[in-house]
Design a protein around this ligand. Structure first.
Ligand code: NAP
Length: 260
């Protein structure tokens, strides 16, 4: 029986790279996001280049019912061997500014609710088959509070915590959960977030999406619990453990401030 990889947020950025890695590894690939034209183009590319089967299931993951339907459609008569919970978004700006709420609320729906639903359905399905791998795309944002991007950081802290806990629950089941925690990466993420002027983006180097996705995919294949790609990001993820929390939040605020 063919084994399928379900990749969320596959229309661009890291998700596109994960879809290519899944096809290269020989999985048939289910692609989901809202932009159907981009998913269809990628599906044709994968079929041509890697001779795999593809299924395009467009969905708005900010709607929990659409997420449940996505899982039903994806898993109908198929074995899902890999879930990459990659779709995500954030909002740069003050929490007190109510105009930020629609996008902040969408980030909670996609980064937390949709990722949790898909992970719950996938893990149950995978345990039933005795094998499977989940890759949750968190962020170095998971390791510290993020003033000026408060909701996004909180969503990624949730996803990291969930991943580590479930990875431990699943020991010995044949199913693994890996949290990928990238630093700033060269995708459209920040343009969509209108955070292009934050110091994080203007002053720091961006990793390539290809490199970051490859790191996460390899970690997932090895069943690693957490992967933080790059030395600077590893330092960034480790230091907060040894500093006062107020200092960590103040430092993060400097990186997340919008520059004029
Ligand atoms: N770029 C970075 O610096 C960075 C760093 C750390 C972690 N991350 C994480 O990496 C993941 C991928 O981000 P990226 O950098 O590749 O950003 P991106 O290029 O903006 O891609 C985001 C993906 O999420 C999908 N998405 C957004 N809202 C959605 C919704 N409501 N329903 C369905 N799909 C939705 C988008 O597809 P549609 O628009 O077609 O729906 C797109 O495919 C995210 O979880 C992000 O938090 C990124």
């Amino acid at each position: 029986m063919a084994i399928w990889a379900l990749i969320t947020g596959a229309s661009e950025g890291l998700g596109r790279e994960f879809a290519i890695l899944a096809a290269k590894a020989g999985f048939d690939v289910i692609l989901t996001a809202r932009q159907e034209d981009k998913l269809q183009n990628l599906a044709h590319e994968l079929q041509r280049a890697y001779h795999v089967s593809t299924l395009v299931l467009p969905a708005d993951l900010s709607d929990p019912e659409a997420v449940e339907q996505l899982w039903l459609d994806a898993s109908a008569g198929r074995q899902i061997g890999v879930l990459v919970n990659n779709a995500g978004l954030g909002r740069n700006g003050s929490f007190a500014d109510e105009t930020n709420w629609p996008r902040e609320a969408a980030s909670i729906s996609v980064n937390i609710v949709a990722a949790s639903i898909l992970m719950k359905r996938a893990v149950a399905h995978m345990v039933g088959h005795g094998s499977g791998r989940v890759l949750n795309v968190a962020s170095t944002a998971a390791f510290m509070a993020g003033p000026n991007m408060a909701v996004y950081h909180a969503t990624k802290a949730y996803l990291l915590s969930l991943s580590e806990a479930v990875a431990t629950e699943l020991r010995g089941s044949g199913v693994t959960v890996t949290a990928l925690c990238p630093g700033a990466t060269d995708t459209d993420f920040f343009a969509a977030d209108e955070a292009v002027k934050a110091t994080l983006i203007t002053k720091m180097g961006l990793a390539s999406a290809e490199t970051v996705a490859a790191s996460g995919w390899t970690a997932m294949e090895k069943g690693k619990r957490v992967d933080v790609p790059g030395i600077a990001n590893k330092v960034f993820a480790t230091l907060p453990r040894f500093a006062p929390r107020s200092f960590v939040a103040w430092t993060a605020a400097q990186f997340l401030k919008r520059r004029r």
